[in-house]
Design a binder for this molecule. Structure first.
Ligand SMILES: Cc1cc2nc3c(=O)[nH]c(=O)nc-3n(C[C@H](O)[C@H](O)[C@H](O)COP(=O)(O)OP(=O)(O)OC[C@H]3O[C@@H](n4cnc5c(N)ncnc54)[C@H](O)[C@@H]3O)c2cc1C
Length: 404
C-alpha cells in the first residue's frame, strides 16, 4: 500500500501529528495512515497528569478534554522530606489527571472523526529509507510512504532503525495504583462494641491523610542517588477515587551506588499507611530529551518520547502533543516544496516554546539532581520558593502559547 504520511504509533504524539496535519494541510488527510500495534482502549503505564500546556494545544485543535473522566488537582505540592511549597494557578486547576486508556481512545476517536485512517493491531517491524520513499515492514505486509513519522514511544522501532547506534538517555519509572481511602488499624475492642453497625464508617481513615485535590512530588530520594522523586496523584478509575503512586529516576546519577527504586517508594508510601507489597508494581522507561539527540533523517522524523520527553519530571503528554504540531508544520512545508530532507526539523523544535522548555528542564535536571546533598535539596524545595516559582512560571510552563 502507498501513502503520503505513515505514522508509526497512535499515542498522543502520533494522533496529534495527524490532527494538526488535518488542520493545516487538509488535502493530505486521505493520504495519512496511522499504524498502532495495540487496540484502543489500550493500557499505557502513565500517571496521566496533564499540565495546562496540553489543554492549550488540544483547545487549538477544537478538543475539550473535559469530555472524558478526569480529576483536577488544584494544588501541586513540591516537598523535600514532607515540607516544601505549593504551586497553584490563579482561577484554574494546577494539574488535570486523566487515565491514558481513556484519553488515547478519545483522541483516536477524534482523529478518525477527522477522516484519518488508523489501523490497529499492526506492529511495525522494520523501516528502510530508500531514495524517493520509505519502506515500512509489518507483520501484516509492507507499506510505502513519502514520509514516516516515528511516534512509537520510548522503546520505538523507528528510532532504532534510523539511529541504531545513537546514545539513549532513559529514565526508570515505577507506578502503583492504590485506593484513596485506607482502613484504619483495628480499633480497641471496647470501641468496636460501642460502635457496632451505626458507627462503622468511623473505622475508615478517609483520604489516607492526603488531599484529594492535591498532587504531591517528594524529592527525598535524591540524596540517596535517585535523580528524581516519588509522586502521589489523585486518580479516578471506573468512577472510583484512587491514588496513583510512583517513582521517577532520570538515571543522571546512574554511576553512583543507588538503591532499588522500590525501597524509597515503599518508604514514602508507608508514611501514609500503604504497604507496597499489597499492590502490583509496574515499570516502564521514559526516553528523555537531550540537546545532542538527532530527530530526523531524510523522509523520517521522530516525535513524542521517540524524540525525547522532559528530563526533569518525566512529563511527556503535553510534549507529545507539541511535537505533533511542529512535525505537522514541517511535513506540510516539505510537501509544498517537494523536498523531504527534514534538515531543519530539530532547529524548528529547539527554537519553539517546546524546545525552549525542554532545554531549560534538561539544564535544571543537570543541576538539582547532581547537587544531591540534603542541604541543597532543602535550599531548593523549602527556602528558594520565590525563585523556583518564578523560574517555573517563566521558563518551564506556559510554553504551549509560544508553540511556533
Ligand atoms: C509510569 C509513567 C508515568 C508517567 N506519568 C506522566 C504524567 O503524569 N504526565 C505526563 O505528561 N507524562 C507522563 N509520562 C510520560 C508519558 O506517558 C509519555 O511521555 C507519553 O505517553 C508519550 O507519548 P507518545 O505518543 O510519544 O508515546 P506513547 O504514549 O508511548 O505511544 C506510542 C504508541 O506507539 C505504539 N507502538 C509502539 N511500538 C509500535 C510498533 N512497532 N508498531 C506500531 N505501533 C507501535 C504503542 O502501542 C503506543 O500506542 C509517564 C510515563 C510513565 C512510564
Amino acid at each position: 500500500m502507498d501513502v503520503d504520511v505513515l505514522i508509526t504509533g497512535g499515542g498522543p504524539a502520533g494522533l496529534s501529528t495527524a490532527l494538526h496535519l488535518n488542520r493545516i494541510a487538509p488535502h493530505l488527510t486521505p493520504r495519512i495512515l496511522i499504524l498502532e500495534k495495540a487496540r484502543y482502549p489500550r493500557p499505557k503505564l502513565c500517571a496521566g497528569g496533564l499540565v495546562l500546556d496540553a489543554e492549550i494545544i488540544l483547545q487549538r485543535l477544537g478538543l475539550d478534554v473535559r469530555e472524558i473522566p478526569h480529576v483536577d488537582a488544584q494544588t501541586i505540592k513540591f516537598d523535600f522530606e514532607g515540607k516544601g511549597f505549593n504551586f497553584r494557578v490563579p482561577r484554574k486547576h494546577a494539574l488535570r489527571i486523566i487515565r491514558r486508556d481513556e484519553f488515547d481512545n478519545w483522541l483516536a476517536i477524534k482523529t478518525r472523526e477527522a477522516g484519518i485512517e488508523i489501523r490497529e493491531g499492526v506492529t511495525v517491524k522494520n523501516i528502510l529509507s530508500q531514495s524517493g520513499r520509505v519502506i515500512v515492514e509489518t507483520e501484516q505486509g509492507t507499506f510505502h510512504a513519502q514520509v514516516v513519522v516515528g511516534a512509537d514511544g520510548s522503546n520505538g522501532i523507528t528510532r532504532r532503525c534510523i539511529f541504531p547506534n545513537a546514545p539513549v538517555h532513559t529514565a526508570r519509572v515505577l507506578e502503583v495504583l492504590a485506593p484513596s481511602a485506607l482502613r484504619a488499624p483495628p480499633p480497641n475492642p471496647t470501641m468496636n462494641i460501642l460502635n457496632a453497625d451505626s458507627k462503622f464508617e468511623l473505622s475508615y481513615l478517609g483520604e489516607a491523610g492526603r488531599g484529594s485535590d492535591v498532587a504531591y512530588f517528594e524529592f527525598s530520594p535524591v540524596p540517596n542517588n535517585i535523580a528524581g522523586y516519588v509522586w502521589d496523584f489523585p486518580a479516578q478509575i471506573n468512577g472510583k477515587p484512587m491514588r496513583c503512586w510512583g517513582i521517577y529516576d532520570t538515571n543522571i546519577l546512574a554511576s553512583e551506588k543507588r538503591p532499588q527504586l522500590k525501597e524509597p517508594l515503599a518508604e514514602e508510601m508507608s508514611r501514609f499507611g500503604y504497604d507496597l507489597n499489597d499492590y502490583e508494581v509496574k515499570g516502564y522507561p521514559i526516553r528523555w530529551f537531550s540537546p545532542e539527540h538527532l530527530m530526523s533523517v531524510p523522509r523520517v522524523l521522530l516525535v513524542g518520547d521517540a524524540a525525547g520527553a522532559d528530563p526533569l519530571l518525566g512529563e511527556g503528554i503535553s510534549m507529545a502533543l507539541g511535537y505533533g504540531a511542529l512535525a505537522a508544520r514541517e511535513i506540510s512545508e516539505s510537501f509544498q516544496r517537494g523536498e523531504f530532507s527534514f534538515r531543519g526539523f530539530k532547529r524548528r523544535v529547539v527554537r519553539s516554546g517546546l524546545g525552549q522548555t525542554l532545554l531549560v528542564r534538561w539544564f535544571i535536571a543537570h543541576i538539582i539532581y547532581p547537587l544531591k546533598w540534603r542541604w541543597f535539596q532543602i535550599l531548593t524545595w523549602r527556602i528558594s520558593k520565590p525563585l523556583v516559582l518564578l523560574t517555573a512560571w517563566m521558563f518551564v510552563l506556559n510554553w504551549g502559547k509560544r508553540l511556533k
